[in-house]
Design a protein around this ligand. Sequence first.
Ligand code: CP
Length: 324
Amino acid sequence: MQTGLQGRDLISTQDWTKSEIDTVIDVALDLKRRRALGEKHALLDDKVLAMLFFFSSTRTRASFEAGVAQLGGHAQFIESRTTQISHGDTPKEIGEILGRYNDGLAIRQVDWGVGNDYQRAVAEASRVPVLNMQCDLYHPFQVLADLLTIIEHKGDPRGLTINVSYAYASSYQKPLSVPQSLILLMTRFGANVRLTRPPEFKLMPDIVAQAENNARTAGGSFEVLEDFDAGFRDADVVYPKSWGCMLTTDDLEESARIGAQYSDWIADERRMALAKPDAIYMHCLPADRGVEVTDAVIDGPNSVVYDEAENRLHVQKAVMALTM
Ligand code: CP
């Protein structure tokens, strides 16, 4: 177990060693147990987290705010549109100034080609840890919660077949951050990771190369499939969710037309029957019900989506307690 994480940013899980991530999971399980027992764990007494949102959220906002309160601290919710950012506050100024008021800065900025650069620039100027609540490239707290959920339901991820798959959605061009973070993290834990997606829905080549390298180092495997049904076959974990085709086009009408070709990429009971009988169905939520996934699957016996959502709280508390 690696400790000594005080002051560290968490922008991508790739920036942390496997041993440091093991520490997060260990501490998250301890804090989960302590909360279940009603034991006080005010590890962030008098500390304050700034939560800066450029985009909407249900789970991330609610779980960070609840988590800080349970740790004895306070969270301030800041919507970018109510700040002076649009009138000139630069990332350097945000890092310098909010870093002087707070003990941690959490940011959600998912704009394509902007979000990660913004977070790195704030982190450069900040004297306190910057925690990535989702950017255009990564969603580290989501996938740490997913890792904890897999461990709780399936045990050690080593040797498990995990299918990270595109699914159709009509609502909006969702970021690449969840599938990219999933393939990066699950390959580090020795899983056999499948990335299943239509040819127009590629992930960033550099991220895919890192996932391949992770798999080689950890002794698992990484493969890319283009057949939705094949991704489900004999899988232990299925994670079909939508993302945008921003590497193919930046035209929203064209991306909607391309996506519509794959409207049959929906996680339904026939697809779930192709996976192992005890396979778990995962989704970070929100899901487009009836489009990405049927009610029978997301509300069915294999679905662990509420455990995933709960585990956001526990992993975030662990990282905040370790870094702030
Ligand atoms: N999964 C997730 O990040 O949910 P929110 O967008 O509601 O925060």
